[in-house]
Design a protein around this ligand. Structure first.
Ligand code: ZN
Length: 264
């Protein structure tokens, strides 16, 4: 059985089933699934608030959209790489600042004040950065690679740019690490946690870090999964005239299939 070809990024696809819509009347419907052609046009993907106009206000609006409408947002996220990449960097840097600041504050708490408090705070801050940033970045890269790999298996058109856009908006989940700013509070009245973990202050704090990191990673993965499904045939913005219909045809996405062209 030959494998179905994945159309290039400039080929207009039905965003529901992946049928090639090039050359069809925009007022018509997808011959495969019946979805209106107009609903698959790239102009329908207006971009998240951040993608439309990067700034503090749009960043907050994008976070609110991802949190409040974790499914609907993927209908507007645009297949573009640059602003999405900035969104990823900002979210990861801020997310790692949370644990680092928490460790800094924790180092100043009474249980540790017999140490060189400034040195302990500084080392904790830097160590948390040195560990947190690579961990979060690494998990993000793993998710990106997973999306690309799955797309190849499913024969879905989720290329490099689409995967970046998905991971960028899902990176809002990492901001949950800011919850670690309350970790020092546990150092004040730690009885319940001590009984669970250990009698050591550091173990208690690390357990809290690990738990929050795990929850954020799960949330991030869920968001990526929803985005991956909803953007499986997303059409990228067109800066130039649409290309003429390609010579090859594809079957509905569920057909087994083959070539390449995954070059978004
Ligand atoms: Zn369709």
């Amino acid at each position: 059985m030959s494998r179905r070809t994945i159309p290039g990024p400039d080929v207009l696809l039905c965003e529901n089933c992946g049928y090639v819509l090039e050359g069809l009347d925009e007022r018509g419907s997808c011959p495969e699934c019946g979805k209106a052609v107009s609903e698959s046009l790239s102009m329908k993907r207006v971009g998240s608030p951040w993608q439309r106009r990067p700034g503090l206000g749009s960043w907050i609006s994008t976070i609110r959209m991802v949190v409040g409408r974790p499914v609907a947002i993927w209908n507007v996220v645009s297949v573009e790489p640059l602003r999405a990449a900035y969104l990823t960097m900002i979210n990861i840097v801020l997310a790692c600042a949370g644990p680092a600041i928490a460790m800094l504050v924790f180092s100043l708490m009474p249980p540790l004040h017999n140490r060189d408090w400034f040195g302990a705070a500084l080392v904790s801050f830097l160590a948390t950065w040195a560990i947190g940033a690579p961990v979060v970045s690494g998990l993000s890269l793993i998710e990106y690679a997973g999306i690309r790999g799955l797309a190849h298996v499913h024969r879905w058109r989720v290329g490099h740019v689409a995967a970046i856009a998905i991971c960028a908006h899902a990176s809002v989940a990492w901001l949950g690490l800011l919850a670690l700013a309350i970790v020092p509070l546990f150092a004040i009245e730690p009885d319940w946690m001590i009984s669970i973990v250990s009698t050591r202050e550091e173990s208690r704090t690390l357990a809290a870090f690990g738990l929050v990191l795990l929850l954020c990673a799960i949330w991030y993965s869920i968001l990526c999964g929803i985005g991956y499904k909803h953007m499986r045939f997303a059409n990228a913005p067109r800066a130039v005239q649409p290309q003429p219909p390609s010579g090859h045809t594809i079957e509905a996405p569920r057909a087994g299939g083959g070539g390449s062209g995954d070059g978004q």
